[in-house]
Design a protein around this ligand. Structure first.
Ligand SMILES: *Cc1c(COP(=O)(O)O)cnc(C)c1O
Length: 398
């Protein structure tokens, strides 16, 4: 039996409101948009031509389109953003005895990439206003073993890249810039991903450009480009295919993923504009909900991209992020906690790292921070439902 026209789960036959069903649609924390451009057309081209592996023509096109977007010469597509960080550090020959300075408030991929090279991650705290790495704290951590800095742009605002690049130049350090959350973000007018000797992107479905799973390293340096290409492809020797001088990985991206990626890059401006529109709408509609610290719309040097819209519960309020998220989950509103800082990670502490580390801002963000639905597929009705629910649950809490 088919459903009568004009009916759905929430309304009875022909639009009559059913009293017994709550009018609460679940709002997932992220929904991607895949239906606005050439996604379907390019994917079908892969099927129709039989080019499905990494050998297909979309890989080159995607690499060039992405590199061009962020003002770089070379793009090296890899299987995910974590792999991109590993390839980047390996390309720089970071290894045992070396130290890499990164923010504690980030994803495990950053510290894991350092550890997998046999090097030591050294962490600094973030700023309470932008939640990004505090560049002033880097200087105190630089010593003779320091080989690289790994800035990570967090949740839609950038690291102070002028100060960071100055430090790197003074101390002759490599910079691996993690721009996984920063497609379309700029620092003083220059695209994020355009600063480090190498920069990395992720194309996971909650990122501004998605290929399902995917990542990329970008650089201007032809030697680093060659090394990254070799490392992602098992270090096959061009002139002697099955002879290997170094160990690489199979981190290749498929033509099908690149097809999706190219179609998504073509919609770059519209996606960036939509992210900003959604973020500013949240800021406007949540203004006055004083329980939460919201991200600034702009800082000196950057306009917020609102990769995700974060909320941080006021320090002096007893509510934790876990409790707030549980209450929102009961209302079918999806959320995600903020990152657990690297210096508190059981897996890293077990390795003897970060024993005496106290980084109060990162610890506060982990306890009090979470983000609300922010994906490109979020429609206005769902966003308003999120806002109304937040006001209803937390509006009288102060
Ligand atoms: C998403 C993300 C990554 C990892 O990317 P994957 O594609 O999920 O491996 C790395 N760094 C940051 C900052 C990210 O947000």
């Amino acid at each position: 039996m088919s459903r009568p026209a004009g009916s759905n789960e929430f309304f009875g036959p022909i639009g009559r409101l059913r009293k017994d069903v709550a009018l609460k649609r679940p709002v997932p924390v992220n929904t991607p948009r895949l239906d606005r451009g050439n996604e379907r057309k390019y994917l079908l081209e892969c099927l129709d031509t039989g080019w499905i592996s990494s050998e297909g023509p979309f890989v080159d096109r995607f690499e060039q389109a992405m590199a061009q977007r962020v003002g770089r010469v070379h793009g090296i597509a890899v299987s995910n953003g974590t792999a991109a960080l590993e390839v980047a550090l390996a390309a720089l020959r970071i290894g045992p005895g070396d130290e890499v300075i990164l923010p504690s408030f980030t994803i495990i991929s950053c510290a894991a990439a350092v550890i997998r090279q046999g090097a030591k991650p050294v962490v600094v705290d973030c700023r309470p206003d932008t939640w990004n790495m505090d560049v002033d704290q880097i200087r105190e951590r630089i010593n003779s073993r320091t080989k690289a800095l790994m800035p990570v742009h967090i949740y839609g605002l950038p690291v102070d890249m002028d100060a960071l690049m100055d430090l790197a130049r003074q101390h002759d350090l490599w910079v691996v810039e993690d721009a996984a959350q920063a497609h379309g973000l700029t620092w003083r007018g220059k695209p994020c991903g355009g600063f480090g000797h190498l920069a990395t992107f992720s194309f996971y479905p909650n990122k501004l450009v998605t290929t399902g799973e995917g990542g990329m390293v970008v650089t201007d340096d032809p030697d680093l480009d060659r090394r990254c290409r070799s490392l992602r492809n098992l270090c096959f020797k061009p002139e002697d295919r099955f002879v290997h001088d170094e160990l690489g990985w199979n981190y290749r991206l498929t033509n099908m993923q690149a097809a999706l990626g190219l179609a998504q890059v073509e919609q770059w401006e519209a996606c960036v504009a939509r992210k900003r529109e959604m973020g500013r709408a949240y800021s406007r509609l949540l203004d006055g909900l004083d329980l939460f610290q919201r991200p600034p719309d702009r800082i000196d040097g950057a306009d917020n991209l609102y990769w995700v819209y974060g909320l941080v519960i006021a320090k002096d309020h007893p509510l934790t992020a876990r409790e707030a998220m549980a209450r929102l989950a009961e209302e079918k509103i999806g959320t995600r906690p903020f990152f657990m800082p690297m210096h508190q990670q059981p897996v890293l502490r077990k390795r003897g790292l970060f024993a005496d580390e106290r980084l109060p801002v990162s610890e506060w963000l982990w306890e009090k921070g979470f983000y609300i639905p922010s994906g490109l597929g979020l429609d206005d009705a769902s966003q308003h439902q999120v806002v109304k629910t937040l006001w209803r649950l937390f509006g009288n809490d102060r």
